[in-house]
Write a protein that binds this ligand. Structure first.
Ligand code: DOR
Ligand code: ZN
Length: 335
C-alpha cells in the first residue's frame, strides 16, 4: 500500500464559528493538523483583546487533543498603535474584509483610503503583524478578484515592510502578482485546486461547491495548480473550510462556503500524487507557512495511505465537500 507522511500540517485559513458548530468542526481539524489560523468573522466579529482570549479558550475547550495550536486573528478596523501593541502577542495576523463582500463581513472596510489606513498599517508593519486580505471588489462576480489587484499593489507599495497575504486566491491575475512585490504572499484552498465554475453551476447547481471567491476558469485553475504543486515559497495551504448548516446551503439563498476540514489533507495528497509532486506537499502544507509566519508548530506526524475513503454524508449539521463520494487517500495514522 502506498503511503505518504506529512510533518506538522498547517491550515493557514480556517473558519470554526462558535458554540455547537465549533464543537462539531474544531476536533476535525485538530485531529490531523498541528495548527490553524482561525478567522475572526463571528457575529459580532473578534475585535478586542477580551474577544480574542475568550475565543481562543473556547476553541481549545472544543478540541480533545493538546497537540493543536489555534493561531488567532482579529477583524481589521483602523486600530491605533497602543491597541495593536497590547494585542500583538495574542494574534498572528489581522484579517481585512471589504464591507459586505462575504459571510459576516458587514463591519469590514468600506473604502480603501490609504491615508486613513496608514497609522494602523504602519503600526502593523513595525509590530510585524501580517495583514490577511479577502481580495474582492463588489464588481461582476467573475471579475471581483482580478479587479482587486490594484488595491494589493497600493498596499504592497505603500507598506513595503507589511506582510500582505492574498487569501484564497482563485485567479491567474493573483498568481501573477505574487512575484511582483516582495511583501505579497498567498493562501490557496484545496477546493480551488479542484473546481472551476463549471463544477458549481455548469450542470446541476452544486451548493456545496459554492463559496466566495467563486471558482473560476480552467486557465485560472491551471495557474493555481502550477504555483501550489511547485510549492512556490510564497504560497501556503489555507483551506477556507467554512461550515454552514445543511439548511443554509441547500436553500433558496445558499450561504457561501465549502466545508473541507475532514478531507483536505487527503485531497491534497490525491492532487499532488496525481501530478507526481508528492515531494512538494510538505512545503505547501507546512514549511512555507512556518517560514512566512515565523511559527514553530506542535509536533505531529500524519501518515496517509492510498486507499479508498468514502466521505461521510454529514458531520453534525454540516455536509462536507464530496459527501458520499469516494476519494483516493485516507489518514492511516497520526503520531
Ligand atoms: O465562501 C466563503 N465562506 N468565503 C468567505 O470568505 C467566508 C466564508 C464563511 O465564513 O462562510
Ligand atoms: Zn475565509
Amino acid at each position: 500500500m502506498k503511503t505518504h507522511t506529512i510533518l506538522m500540517p498547517l491550515d493557514m485559513h480556517l473558519h470554526l464559528r462558535d458554540a455547537v458548530m465549533l464543537e462539531t468542526v474544531a476536533p476535525l481539524t485538530a485531529y490531523s493538523y498541528s495548527g490553524a489560523i482561525i478567522m475572526p468573522n463571528l457575529v459580532p466579529p473578534v475585535t478586542t483583546l477580551e474577544d480574542v482570549k475568550a475565543y481562543k479558550q473556547r476553541v481549545m475547550a472544543a478540541v480533545p487533543n493538546d497537540n493543536f495550536e489555534p493561531y488567532m486573528t482579529i477583524f481589521y478596523k483602523n486600530y491605533d498603535k497602543a491597541f495593536l501593541e497590547s494585542i500583538a502577542s495574542e494574534i498572528v495576523a489581522i484579517k481585512l474584509y471589504p464591507a459586505g463582500i462575504t459571510t459576516n463581513s458587514e463591519g469590514g472596510v468600506s473604502s480603501f483610503d490609504i491615508e486613513e489606513m496608514r497609522p494602523t498599517l504602519e503600526a502593523m508593519s513595525e509590530l510585524e503583524i501580517p495583514l490577511c486580505v479577502h481580495g474582492e471588489t463588489d464588481g461582476f462576480v467573475m471579475d471581483r478578484e482580478a479587479e482587486f489587484m490594484p488595491v494589493y499593489e497600493l498596499l504592497a507599495k505603500n507598506f513595503p515592510k507589511l506582510k500582505i497575504i492574498m487569501e484564497h486566491i482563485t485567479t491567474k491575475a493573483a498568481v501573477d502578482m505574487l512575484d511582483k512585490y516582495e511583501n505579497l504572499y498567498a493562501t490557496i484552498t484545496v477546493h480551488h485546486l479542484l473546481l472551476t465554475l463549471d463544477d458549481v453551476i455548469g450542470g446541476m447547481m452544486m451548493p456545496h461547491h459554492f463559496c466566495k471567491p467563486i471558482a473560476k476558469r480552467p486557465e485560472d485553475l491551471d495557474a493555481l495548480l502550477t504555483v501550489a504543486l511547485s510549492a512556490h515559497p510564497k504560497v501556503m495551504f489555507g483551506s477556507d473550510s467554512a461550515p454552514h448548516p445543511q439548511h443554509a446551503k441547500e436553500s433558496c439563498g445558499c450561504a457561501a462556503g465549502v466545508f473541507t476540514a475532514p478531507i483536505s489533507l487527503q485531497l491534497l495528497c490525491e492532487i499532488f500524487e496525481q501530478y507526481d509532486k508528492l515531494d512538494n506537499l510538505q512545503a505547501f502544507v507546512s514549511d512555507n507557512a512556518q517560514n512566512i509566519y515565523g511559527i514553530c508548530p506542535e509536533f505531529k506526524e500524519v501518515t496517509l495511505e492510498k486507499r479508498t475513503f468514502v466521505v461521510p454524508e454529514k458531520y453534525g449539521s454540516v455536509v462536507p465537500m464530496y459527501a458520499g463520494e469516494a476519494i483516493a487517500w485516507a489518514i492511516e495514522s497520526i503520531d
